[in-house]
Design a protein around this ligand. Structure first.
Ligand code: NAG
Ligand code: NAG
Ligand code: NAG
Ligand code: NAG
Ligand code: NAG
Ligand code: NAG
Length: 630
């Protein structure tokens, strides 16, 4: 490096503290606005979930948000994504929060942080780690000492990473939310909120703007707000914005109006109609908010994908999990493409503040790679040596996933029949204790499915000594409402006819370990081709391979498959369930594909594979397929 350049760097850096010293972000309660560097300021922000987007696409998405005219992004941090086991942290790769925040800074976007610890977000357990459930009677989101200890330990890791990034310290984080819609939670424990407030102040200092967000009704604001935390609200497109902000004004008589979640679309549930929010309605609602002078965050600006097992469930009463796609009908699609809704929003923003010149980057090329034929690798029960290599748990009565520290995916519960069962006999869970689906086989023959809240029994037959296997799938933990303690597995006993089943052998399955290391493809030479007689029903693994010359995003259609999980090159794309709908295709980010090597596809089909085990890659998504309505 030339001496001159070094000199320049020294000069620039010695100026930095002065520049930082000029940065301030506060609230002006007289003029009812935020004050940025002493001037009235309003943000027009969008929510983006880095944890639902592959990290190599982060910059592209943020650039498109910047080009739309946004001056800020709102960012949740899911605790369970970063602390998978107590005291074990993951901030690498797609979990690299600091890299994401660096990109927001590079692009000149301000950040509104939402570090939880609870975030809702239609994310497994609202972002709380399932290992909190080791203590069965823990009170979550409340002043339970065990909960608070875990929270404090997490915040002592997370919040220090944010401190130097605060706007007042020279960074781009202008405000930080404490908890999330706490007023919707039955506990109403002000002591807990005060505890969080103290922790946030301890790590972030006295001058950062801390806020809360709640539904826009007194009912929610009552338990969600706290002295010294700026109260903001949530609402979607409405005709009368004054009315929509009325409840906020009762709790926050002065200061800027803020809608922290202005809904641009909505999420989908398996079995329900695909949600759509028309662009004109969303852009008109935004215009009304901006005319009122309020600050706004659009939820979502890009939704992204519930890869792997990360989806949550919004309905505590009747379980109805969220689809793999979190497209949200947002202004940027699941694949990060601008929509007409984005253009309509941009045009509204341009009436209030200048938007960057130049065109919005166009949609990226999508590829229809066509058909891939799969072979059956084997029935799941014949692959336990690979997928559950440790000794199984032997218990008299069933235990939960959390009891054996298996937080996601699948466990096989096995019982040996103690006598012949010649007649069709119901296997049932009297207490609705199958969380969330159980795939039932006896002696290797598949009999059907037990499903939480709907399918309470399955008829089976069998012979003494045969295995009665129930493969239990965790479909995602409840993320909203009163009871967040959504234990998984068999929560109660099963009966066969009138007999209570005892003496279980429980195999926790680790599919992602072997599959991410290349199984079963690395064994391809040893693999039989699908025999014509192979059964197509019951849980089984299938695999296939394909080559491509051009890499881009694509959409995987599991045509005529029933339900399961799919991986490409070891990356877990999430759940498919086209017969339940409405989601038919899975988003495949081009970043996981290879043009130099064979691409490997692995499928766990839980119920029934098609006659022809084919899958197809399309160049467009189908998120609005037929749905069962339950
Ligand atoms: C973020 O940016 C800072 C300052 O440029 C740099 O020191 C740090 O290594 C970056 N972190 C990541 C994870 O990229
Ligand atoms: C909007 O709501 C406010 C407060 O409820 C009310 O005073 C006002 O008349 C309403 N405006 C319209 C156009 O309906
Ligand atoms: C189970 O079999 C019995 C007759 O053995 C029949 O009455 C019942 O409807 C069957 N239940 C299911 C769920 O198929
Ligand atoms: C199963 O039934 C036994 C005997 O009634 C009971 O002691 C046990 O608590 C039950 N187990 C579960 C998980 O419900
Ligand atoms: C697919 O599996 C084959 C066989 O193990 C391996 O050689 C190849 O590298 C894998 N492809 C990718 C993209 O990982
Ligand atoms: C599904 O969405 C596509 C693309 O937006 C649209 O062309 C099609 O008409 C929709 N189908 C149904 C059944 O709504």
């Amino acid at each position: 490096m030339a001496a001159g350049a070094l000199w320049l760097i020294l000069v620039v850096c010695s100026l930095c503290p002065l520049v930082w010293g000029d940065q301030s972000f506060t609230i002006d309660y007289n003029r009812n606005c935020f004050l940025k560097d002493g001037k009235c300021f309003r943000y027009i922000s969008g929510s983006i979930h880095y944890f639902r987007i592959p990290s190599s696409y982060w910059k592209d998405r943020l650039l498109k948000m910047y080009m739309t005219g946004l001056n800020a992004v709102q960012v949740y941090v899911p605790w369970n994504f970063h602390e998978p086991q107590p005291g074990v942290y993951n901030f690498r790769g797609d979990h690299d929060l600091e890299q994401f925040l660096n990109l927001t800074m590079e692009l000149g976007l301000l950040v509104i942080m939402r570090p939880g610890p609870y975030i809702c977000a239609e994310w497994d357990m609202g972002g709380l780690p399932a290992w909190l459930l080791h203590k069965k009677d823990i009170a979550l989101r409340a002043s339970d000492p065990d909960y608070l200890n875990a929270v404090d330990s997490w915040l002592s890791v997370l919040l220090p990473k944010l401190r130097s990034r605060l706007y007042n310290n020279g960074g781009n984080i202008i405000s930080v939310q404490v908890e999330n819609e706490y007023g919707s939670f039955m506990a109403c424990d002000y002591g807990y909120m005060r505890h969080l407030h103290a922790m946030f102040r301890l790590y972030l200092g006295d001058d950062v703007v801390l806020f809360t967000t709640d539904g826009n009704a007194d009912y929610f604001l009552k338990c969600g707000t706290l002295q010294d935390l700026y109260a903001t609200v949530d609402f979607g497109p409405v005709a009368n914005v004054t009315k929509a902000f009325a409840a906020m004004r009762r709790y926050q008589p002065r200061g800027p109006l803020v809608n922290s979640e202005y809904y641009t679309g909505w999420l989908d549930y398996w079995g329900d109609k695909h949600a759509v929010s028309p662009a004109d309605r969303v852009s008109q609602g935004l215009q009304a908010i901006l005319e009122s002078g309020a600050s706004v965050n659009m939820y979502m600006f890009e939704g992204g994908t519930n890869f792997g097992y990360w989806n949550g469930d919004d309905f505590p009463k009747v379980y109805k999990p969220i689809t793999t796609s979190y497209d949200y009908d947002a202004p940027l699609t699941e694949a990060g493409d601008p929509t007409d809704k984005l253009l309509a929003i941009r045009s509204v923003i341009s009436k209030f503040q200048p938007v960057p010149e130049g065109p919005i980057p166009p949609p990226t090329c999508k590829f229809a790679y066509g058909l891939v034929t799969l072979n059956k690798v084997g029935d799941l029960v014949d692959l336990l040596g690979i997928l559950s290599p440790n000794d199984p748990f032997v218990t008299r009565y069933p235990v939960t996933f959390e009891d054996v520290k298996q937080y996601f995916g699948f466990m096989l519960y096995r019982n040996y029949l103690t006598g012949d069962v010649p007649e069709q006999t119901p296997l049932s869970s009297a207490v609705n204790g199958v969380h969330d689906r159980g795939y039932v086989s006896v002696g290797g023959n598949f009999y059907g499915v037990l499903e939480r809240d709907s399918l309470k029994d399955v008829n089976v037959t069998g012979k003494e000594g045969q295995c009665l296997d129930v493969l239990v799938e965790n479909m995602g933990r409840i993320n909203y409402g009163g009871d967040l303690k959504d234990f998984k597995g068999l929560l109660g006993n099963l009966t066969l006819g009138t007999d209570l089943l005892e003496n279980w052998v429980i195999y926790p399955l680790n599919l992602d370990g072997p599959i991410s290391q290349g199984w079963p493809h690395i064994m391809a030479d040893h693999m039989p081709k699908t025999p014509q007689t192979a059964s197509r029903t019951g849980p089984a693994i299938y695999s296939g391979a394909f080559t491509i010359t051009d890499i881009g995003d694509t959409y995987l259609k599991m045509h005529k498959w029933t339900k399961g999980q799919v991986w490409i090159n070891g990356f877990n794309l999430g759940r498919y369930w086209p017969i339940r709908g409405p989601q038919v295709t899975l988003y495949v980010p081009g970043t996981i594909l290879s043009s130099s090597q064979i691409n490997n596809l692995t499928v766990l089909e839980l119920e029934q594979a098609p006659d022809q085990p084919l899958v197809m890659f399309l160049d467009r998504p189908i998120l609005n397929g037929t749905y069962t309505g339950k």
